[in-house]
Design a protein around this ligand. Structure first.
Ligand code: GAL
Length: 678
């Protein structure tokens, strides 16, 4: 990928010169200040449809042509977007079918963005006509390096799928293909429950709040279909821009977005990119926010096991949360370095310049409405630009190669949160992040992988709330543990198959886990309980499984109270050459820390400095092919942090030598040279 992008770290931004066409002096200032801020790439055209095609079939590329040319002269590269993210009014006026229909059957009104029906043949035709022309005009320009398909496919809201009649018809076709016969479909859906057997494919309708919302398998299938349909729309646009161009393609993903299975969608892309807007400074303890941001970066990198792009971030504050803090001194640099530490090949922003009007006029940008380059944010941005420039040679050819993986699977997410019971507020993302946090605190990088992904090469796999087992999953894990892997899983795992039909008889991994699941209790908050692990008592949450162990399973902790007192709450089972841990009750943070410390030790994992890290400090390792690489040491506390007990390292940027001890400034990152992989 580095060669595709010109071999250097990108420092760039979404750039909307089309909003400023009447202000030629602004463009001149932009160019000058981009150079001053070490901006070397800009993303153009994201929402420019109405300017590129002001009337149906009337195209105006002159302004874009001129701007791309001037950027080329200034040695600034271009990521060129297709503009399908927002539709022009002439389109929605003439062809209302291009607008989405909500789950309740109402068609959206014109306006906003992400409002298009990805099934609509007219939408597809209209965008293709434009994309092909963009491809012809700009697809071979020297400074155009990447296609950016649309924008945040699926929209910013969890359910921004289209439910129109054309989507319903396509869904029925998809169901026919998946199940073949109604008999198979009815069996998969447990159709006789509440008399829900289908006798005609035409009876199938997407889930809806005022219709069918009780068949959990239908909900999961609908979401699978939406991903397929969106992928086919994305591929449609990819094929269009490829008509005259061989450039790589990406589309910008979002943070843990439930609406689309990114593991599926990423397969049609060359490069994974995403938009990261962590909620820094919402509270004084920044570590949980850093954990979430880090998880997002690791997930994006793990999709292709190669550097990804941080496509959007904000150099100051956003405008769309209840509270929108500005980044405190140091945080912009630190959060940018965090992305690089986790495998990014870029730091890009939304947006270069604040617009004068409409919804995002107060959203943070490199340039504010006033004061040009004389702002704190501009200075911060320029500092990041200079640092990225000097880092380019250092990070070249390196990427994180973790030996631990955390399973995060969209289909499991959908199934788990759709199902009724044992509690209605199960939150998969929070649970996965809770299981990831100990790795972050230990400074051990992880890959977030789907259940379909290969687990070879990892020594530890964590699978929290792994409720739905897809075909082949149990066998893969059996092999993994048998061959020496360390596997950690939890209550409410291995419950259903891909159709959300419960397994009967046994847990599919009963032999590996060495436990027998019986029931799961979800009592009210007054019914406290705890477990004692290695002599320390840990409170447990309100999901508590009642399990039994088979003969050779080690009981690591038992419930201390109530009618389950003395029953196993945490177990370890040796299977083949490996070990499987089972957490039967919802653990607190301290228990997860203790358990993963033990599991990581067993798996031979430690952070590259080989020392315990103070809370709020973490490290990430990017290695090259020879086993050497870079250790990013990051302090997310707004106070100095001291690290002691490591060997000797050279600072990759300053050449300073650190022997056994180092003080990290508040909100700061140092990059050390690692001679060998730990
Ligand atoms: C992203 C989007 C950008 C901009 C940004 C504001 O979700 O892709 O266009 O709206 O949010 O934070």
């Amino acid at each position: 990928m580095e060669t595709m992008l010109g071999g250097h770290l990108l420092h760039g931004c979404d750039y909307n010169p089309e909003q400023w066409l009447e202000y030629p002096e602004v463009f001149e200032e932009d160019l000058r200040l981009m150079k001053a801020a070490e901006i070397n790439s800009v993303t153009l055209g994201v929402f420019s449809w109405s300017v590129l095609e002001p009337e149906e079939g009337v195209y105006d590329f002159e302004w874009l042509d001129r701007i791309i040319g001037r950027l080329w002269e200034a040695d600034i590269q271009v990521i060129l977007a297709t503009p399908s993210g927002a539709m022009p009014h002439w389109l929605t006026q003439k062809y209302p079918e291009v607008m989405q229909v909500r789950a309740d059957g109402r068609r959206n009104l014109p306006g906003k963005r992400h409002n298009f029906c990805y099934t609509s043949p007219i939408m597809r035709e209209k965008i293709k006509e434009l994309d092909v022309r963009l491809s012809e005009k700009f697809g071979q320009r020297d400074n155009v390096i990447l296609w950016h398909i649309s924008n945040e496919l699926g929209g910013n809201f969890e359910d921004s799928a289209c439910y129109c009649e054309q989507c319903q018809a396509a869904f029925r076709q998809w169901m026919k293909k998946r199940y073949g016969t109604l008999k198979r479909l009815n069996q998969a859906y447990w159709g006789r429950f509440w008399s829900h057997s289908y006798t005609d494919w035409e009876q199938i309708h997407s889930p809806a709040p005022h219709g069918e919302w009780t068949v959990t398998a239908l909900e999961v299938d609908w979401r699978r279909f939406v991903t397929e349909q969106m992928s086919s729309f994305c591929l449609w646009e990819i094929n269009a821009v490829r008509t005259y161009s061989k450039l790589p393609v990406t589309t910008n993903f979002m943070d843990f977005f439930k609406g689309l299975d990114y593991h599926r969608l990423q397969r049609i892309l060359d490069i994974v990119s995403w938009d990261s807007y962590p909620q820094w400074h919402a509270q004084k303890d920044e570590a949980p926010v850093a954990v979430r941001a880090s998880a997002g970066h690791h997930m994006m990198r793990a999709m292709k096991k190669q550097p990804f792009l941080l496509m959007e971030s904000v150099p100051s504050g956003v405008n769309w949360r209840m509270f929108n803090p500005l980044k405190r001194p140091g945080m912009h640099m630190l959060s940018s370095m965090q992305a690089i530490a986790c495998g990014s090949a870029s730091v890009q922003y939304f947006q270069w310049r604040k617009g004068r009007g409409s919804y995002e006029k107060f959203h943070g940008a490199v340039l504010d409405h006033k004061n040009g380059s004389c702002t704190r944010t501009f200075a911060d941005t320029a500092r990041v630009g200079r640092r990225l420039k000097s880092l380019t040679g250092l990070v070249e050819g390196t990427v994180n190669r973790p030996r631990a993986a955390v399973i995060f699977d969209w289909e499991n997410w959908w199934a788990l949160e759709t199902t009724t019971g044992p509690r209605l507020d199960i939150d998969y993302v929070s649970c996965v992040l809770a299981h990831y946090a100990p790795f972050w605190e230990m400074g051990i990088d992880v890959d977030f992988i789907g259940m379909d992904d290969c687990v070879e090469g990892y020594t530890l796999v964590a699978a929290p709330l792994n409720y739905m087992y897809k075909d082949g999953y149990a066998d893969k894990i059996r092999r993994f543990v048998g061959e020496g892997g360390i596997y950690v899983t939890t209550y409410f795992s291995g419950m259903t198959d891909e159709s959300d039909l419960c397994f009967i008889g046994h847990h599919p991994l009963e032999d590996v886990l060495g436990i027998i699941q019986e029931e799961i209790d979800a009592p009210g908050p007054e019914f406290e309980n705890s477990m004692i692990f290695n002599g320390i008592s840990y409170p447990v949450g309100n999901l508590r499984e009642l399990i039994h162990v088979s003969g050779d399973t080690q009981v690591l902790a038992c419930y201390t109270d109530d009618y389950v007192k003395g029953m196993p709450a945490l177990t370890a089972h040796s299977f083949g050459r490996g070990t499987a841990y089972y957490i039967a009750a919802e653990p607190d943070r301290a228990l997860l820390n203790a358990l993963y410390k033990e599991a990581a030790g067993k798996a031979g994992l430690k952070n590259p400095l080989g020392i315990p890290l103070p809370y709020g400090v973490t490290v990430s390792l990017r290695t090259n092919q020879d086993g050497g690489g870079l250790i990013f040491v990051m302090n997310f506390k707004n106070e100095p942090a001291e690290l002691c007990g490591f060997g000797q390292y050279t600072d990759g940027e300053t050449g300073e030598i650190y022997k056994h001890q180092m003080i990290l400034e508040p909100f700061s990152c140092r990059i050390l040279i690692s001679e060998e992989t730990v």
